[in-house]
Design a protein around this ligand. Structure first.
Ligand code: NAD
Ligand code: BTL
Length: 487
């Protein structure tokens, strides 16, 4: 059987490499080869830079409203092709159709729509200084690189492209080598919407292609989504040419359930924050701190709902709400962490094993897993697992739980469940995290800025805040009087 081959997307078209080098993409729910992708070799890399330079000359000279019209065309195309694109995301990531069909493409389109609407409103300032005055212009940075992770491939590409393009930059995007097709489809769709050639290019490959992007002197900014360790390498490489960076990295986020919480809601939050996208979400609240007085009630409800309501299987089956992990290696990594939890003395309440559902027997599934009797020092409570593994801990008082929640080098997200409005805000204001939820978990609308504290990131995505990270201020002083000069 012939295998489909995918190409790089440069200057508005698919471009074949010279080297003939390819990599394989596997469907995680079947273990089968899905397609092959040509690696961006030297020819592709040079072509990407050249086309981005030409694209920038055209795109940055257009008015923000002209750019906005094209981006809004793309939004309409994204929405009209939702199901086709969502099916690609399911095949590439292993996540359930139930999610991809209502979240992944929709939230990608939302971000482009949001920035297309607000970017034309970007204004400079003007101020009188003595008899003269100055004004400021917000100008685009130039060529931006986007480097994506594999858990929300199309959404990540949209979230990076949206603020960059809306404010007049161009982008060379490298999707994760595990899930490259969504970004390629986005590039083709943007072209169809009227985007000038070279404004959004896609280069394919692994960390080597990523490292080429981050070190390239003609690239002004890198927006990276991935692991903390990779983020450090990206930032070090970006320093060689003093590039601006946005870093969306990993987390080990706390979710705190106080004694007055609505327990059914808190259980919903804990399950969403650990089992959505089979646990492969950066903001997951994997350290669930439960007040000791409601612990028994919480655990009984959590266990009952985990065992009764999670449907594992073929991600395209409409009833499936829990899919396959991204790869065999990642499945093994998650299983190793589970073994570590057992070895360190945590109690395995449920799950803990690989699964072979009848309708997807060769996929990389791991059962939704809950540990109790956890302590803060256990590795499962300190390191990002990026799989469906929840650690439940108990606490006695507010000050204690705040200190323990903050006792991590990461600071991506946090959640608090309580009916006491004063406590909710008092506690959230003390948590060291960039994305916080009160009586909710995981929602991330385009209007809301997201990003991490501490090792979890730098800069923000979404929200009007983000436009500042894709523009630079030029100050222009205008003399209205004869120049005074000692010379
Ligand atoms: N904060 C967020 O918004 C967010 C969102 C999604 C995922 N994540 C994080 O992403 C991680 C999972 O994704 P992953 O396994 O794809 O991460 P990863 O760090 O392994 O890879 C991310 C990307 O970096 C590229 N890359 C690898 N080495 C590179 C290098 N030296 N230079 C430049 N690029 C390089 C990869 O090819 C890939 O495209 C988790 O830690 C998760 O928390 C964060
Ligand atoms: C941005 N978000 C939370 C949907 C994906 C993080 O993994």
């Amino acid at each position: 059987m012939s295998v489909e081959v995918q190409y790089n997307f440069i200057a508005g078209q698919l471009l074949a490499n010279d080297s003939g080098e390819t990599f394989d993409v596997v469907n995680p729910a079947t273990g089968q080869l899905a397609y092959r992708v040509q690696v961006a070799d030297e020819k592709i890399q040079q072509a990407a830079i050249e086309s981005a330079k030409k694209g920038f000359a055209i795109w940055s000279a257009m008015s923000a409203t002209e750019r906005s019209r094209i981006l809004l065309n793309a939004v309409a195309l994204l929405r009209s092709r939702n199901d086709e694109l969502a099916a690609i995301e399911v095949r590439d990531t292993g996540k359930p159709w139930q999610e991809a069909s209502v979240v992944d493409v929709v939230t990608g389109a939302d971000a482009i729509e949001f920035f297309a609407h607000i970017a034309p409103g970007l204004e400079g300032a003007q101020q009188q200084v003595g008899g003269d005055f100055y004004y400021t212009r917000r100008e685009p940075l130039g060529i931006c690189a986007g480097i994506g992770a594999w858990n929300y491939p199309l959404q990540i590409a949209c979230w990076k492209a949206a603020p960059a393009l809306a404010s007049g930059n161009v982008m060379i995007f490298k999707p994760s080598e595990e899930t490259p097709l969504g970004a390629l489809k986005l590039a083709q769709l943007l072209s169809e919407a009227g985007l000038p050639d070279g404004v959004f290019n896609v280069v394919m490959g692994d960390g080597k292609v990523g490292a080429w992007l981050t070190g390239h002197p003609d690239i002004a900014k890198v927006s990276f989504t991935g692991e903390v360790g990779t983020g450090k390498k990206v930032m070090a490489a970006a320093a060689s040419s003093l590039k601006d960076v946005t870093m969306e990295l990993g987390g080990k986020s706390p979710l705190i359930v106080f004694d007055d919480a609505d327990i059914d809601n808190a259980v919903s939050g804990a399950m969403l924050g650990n089992f959505y996208t089979q646990g492969e979400v950066c903001t997951n609240g994997t350290r669930v701190f439960v007040h000791e007085s409601v612990y028994q009630d919480f655990i009984e409800k959590l266990l009952a709902r985990t065992q009764a309501n999670i449907v594992v299987g073929d991600p395209m089956a409409p009833e499936t709400n829990f899919g396959a992990l991204i790869s065999k290696d990642h499945q093994q990594k998650v299983l190793d962490y589970i073994q570590q939890g057992i070895d360190d003395g945590a109690t395995l309440l449920t799950g803990g094993t690989a699964l072979t559902p009848e309708n997807a027997p060769n996929g990389y599934f791991v059962a939704p897993t809950i540990f109790t009797d956890c302590t803060d020092e256990m590795r499962i409570c300190k390191e990002e697992i990026f799989g469906p593994v929840m650690s439940v801990l108990t606490f006695k008082d507010e000050a204690e739980v705040i200190a323990r929640a903050n006792n991590t080098a990461m600071g991506l997200a946090a959640g608090v469940f309580t009916q006491d409005i004063s406590r909710a805000h008092r506690v959230i204001h003390q948590l060291q995290a960039g994305i916080c939820w009160i009586n909710a978990y995981g929602a991330s609308p385009a209007e809301m800025p997201v990003g991490g504290y501490k090792l979890s990131g730098i800069g923000r995505e979404n929200g009007s805040e983000t436009l500042k990270h894709y523009t630079q201020v030029k100050a222009v002083y205008v003399g209205l009087q004869p120049l005074e000069s000692p010379f």
